[in-house]
Design a protein around this ligand. Structure first.
Ligand SMILES: *[C@@H]1O[C@H](CO)[C@@H](O)[C@H](O)[C@H]1NC(C)=O
Ligand SMILES: *[C@@H]1O[C@H](CO)[C@@H](O)[C@H](O)[C@H]1NC(C)=O
Ligand SMILES: *[C@@H]1O[C@H](CO)[C@@H](O)[C@H](O)[C@H]1NC(C)=O
Ligand SMILES: *[C@@H]1O[C@H](CO)[C@@H](O)[C@H](O)[C@H]1NC(C)=O
Length: 319
């Protein structure tokens, strides 16, 4: 195993100006055999890849105590990586800086992002293309666009995202809280997703599944195929919504969302009673759910099933 220690990453800047802190903010990369680590720093470069740091095809990577400020676009991206553990990071950009995602995880497996603060003008964390086994823990997010799975299915692409768990987040002053977004016309699936133990403050769309995502100046035509969304749990999500519509599930007509699970949800809206909106979404709610669930009940749901929804997810969050 090789250890590469770099205390001199020029991108890493301490927000606190004392030397003790500067020393702490060293970066440790652990790179095992047969591993390629490519660090691309394009701080002042007008290139197509506008990330401050990209890790591509990297295995067994450990990143700690890294601060990145004012990246030109995405701060940090992982593409085709395997086994990544990133912790105690701070990624900061102004709220009105376009496309400055904090952490972008693409086609990567076994990724842990934890104990980090992300304040940007776009998604704090986005998980896309064929990523799986992603654990996101103890994140402070906002301002920005929240924690997202997607966008997926752009230009009729195939995506398979599964086993993503967000566990412990404080999301404040963001456009979205926890979100799944897919373009019409894509294919594949998003499944086994758990959003657990999340506190929201002044979030415009705290809980949202948007299968009509269209980040384009032109209206996107309705299409029949879609990335299927299934087995998604929202458990222990509390705080305040900045809009009346605190829960929104806008699912595909041809591939409705199935086995959506809500438990222990309490979202308030300062301007009155919050509402939930459902279109082609089915599932179950347990315990207190406020605003009340609008899910239609799942057909053929067998609550005794042990290797499927919801028993396994239910058990998983109790451990
Ligand atoms: C996902 O993987 C499949 C092959 O398994 C590939 O065809 C597809 O292009 C990938 N999707 C993306 C968005 O990279
Ligand atoms: C609520 O969040 C919005 C951004 O989404 C922000 O402009 C506004 O100032 C925030 N309000 C409060 C009271 O913090
Ligand atoms: C697309 O489908 C949605 C949901 O069925 C519908 O509300 C909307 O009017 C349709 N848009 C167009 C352009 O046909
Ligand atoms: C679930 O299990 C209970 C007791 O173990 C049993 O009475 C019930 O019939 C089962 N329900 C289904 C749908 O299998």
């Amino acid at each position: 195993m090789a250890w590469v220690r770099s205390g001199g990453l020029n991108l890493a800047r301490s927000t606190k100006q004392n030397h003790a802190n500067m020393r702490q903010r060293s970066v440790v990369f652990c790179i095992q055999c047969f591993t390629t680590a490519i660090l691309v720093f394009f701080l002042h470069c007008k290139c197509a890849m506008m990330q401050a740091i990209t890790f591509h095809r990297t295995k067994h990577l450990i990143i700690q105590e890294l601060t990145l400020m004012n990246s030109q676009q995405m701060h940090m991206s992982f593409t085709n990586c395997f086994h990544v553990k990133a912790s105690r990071m701070k990624l900061v950009a102004p709220p009105y800086s376009p496309n400055t995602d904090g952490i972008h995880i693409s086609a990567s497996t076994s990724v842990v992002i934890q104990d980090s603060t992300i304040e940007t003008g776009d998604d704090c964390i986005s998980v896309v293309s064929n990523s799986s086994n992603v654990r996101i823990r103890n994140i402070a997010c906002g301002p920005g666009h929240g924690i997202s799975i997607g966008s997926l299915g752009k230009s009729r692409s195939l995506s398979q995202v599964h086993d993503v768990r967000v566990d412990g987040a404080f999301i404040s002053n963001t456009e979205n809280g926890v979100r799944i977004k897919t373009w019409q016309g894509g294919c594949g699936f998003v499944s086994n997703i758990v959003f657990h133990n999340i506190f929201m403050r002044n979030v415009s769309n705290p809980i949202i599944i948007d299968q009509y995502y269209c980040d384009s100046p032109h209206q996107c035509a309705n299409q029949t195929s879609a990335v299927k969304v299934e087995d998604v749990s929202f458990i222990g999500i509390k705080g305040t919504s900045a809009t009346e519509n605190a829960i929104k599930f806008a699912c595909s007509d041809s591939f409705p969302c199935e086995r959506i699970f809500l438990e222990d949800i309490c979202l308030a809206f300062s301007g009155g009673e919050p509402t939930s909106y459902c279109w082609k979404a089915s599932g179950l709610s347990f315990g207190l759910v406020h605003p009340p669930s609008c899910l239609s009940s799942s057909e053929h749901l067998n609550l005794n099933k042990t290797n499927g929804f919801p028993a396994s997810q239910y058990a998983a969050v109790r451990i």
